[in-house]
Design a protein around this ligand. Structure first.
Ligand SMILES: [Ca+2]
Ligand SMILES: [Ca+2]
Length: 218
């Protein structure tokens, strides 16, 4: 039978562990603010900021997207995206291309993609080095890539959803892609891990057997 003393000791331990847990979460939240997840509201509730894009950006899968209708060449467009912790888009599926086309269709012009054939003429790859593979290579507009004068090394997404190779120094719109709260997800994972270990700590035999009970009751 559980004595009142044991119940009291158990509650003391529980309170200490919960307090410790809360302090850890608060510390993580402060750190989160420092690395700036671009949240609208500073919240301790991790699920609430697991999926947040900055104002004006649209969430699609694990990334945030925005179109800018200021005219820039491919290089300056890329730099502008990188200045916002993003990059030109890397299209990973036909569905994603359809999503991106909603931007160019509305804007009514071509936007730069993170696609180029700098390394080998005619062999396009994404800015992260991954090759362009089927079925995405069916998205080229008729007769593209054509590189008519040997200078069309950058890929753009047209308003109709097809792609063209263009001279990298011509000015086009740009879509920027940036990760959606990767740091926040890391904290969410960290929090779940901490909870798991705290629960195991609470349930551990050596704790229940009172080996450290005296310490908590001091
Ligand atoms: Ca080319
Ligand atoms: Ca072309």
């Amino acid at each position: 039978m559980t004595s009142m003393h044991e119940v009291h000791r158990s509650k003391s331990i529980e309170y200490c562990v919960i307090s410790l847990h809360n302090e850890l979460i608060k510390s993580l939240c402060c750190l989160k603010c420092l690395i700036s997840c671009h949240l609208k509201t500073p919240s301790y509730f991790f699920p609430a900021f697991a999926q947040r894009c900055p104002s004006g950006w649209t969430l699609y899968q694990d990334s945030c997207f925005i179109i800018y209708t200021t005219w820039k060449n491919w290089y300056d467009s890329r730099l502008a995206c990188q200045a916002e912790q993003g990059d030109l888009p890397i299209v990973t599926s036909v569905e994603m291309n359809t999503f991106l086309t909603s931007f160019t269709e509305q804007a009514g012009n071509t936007a730069w993609l993170g696609l180029n054939d700098f390394e080998a003429e005619g062999t396009f790859q994404w800015n992260d080095g991954t090759p362009l593979t089927a079925p995405l290579d069916t998205l080229w507009k008729d007769n593209n890539p054509n590189d008519p004068d040997g200078s069309e090394d950058c890929g753009g997404l047209r308003a109709d959803g097809t792609w063209v190779d263009l001279s990298c120094i011509v000015n086009k719109y740009r879509v920027c892609q940036r990760p959606n709260g990767k740091f926040c997800k890391l904290f969410l994972l960290l929090r779940l891990t901490i909870k798991k270990y705290l629960r195991e700590f609470m349930d551990s035999d050596w704790l229940k057997n009172g080996l450290v009970g005296g310490v908590f009751n001091m």
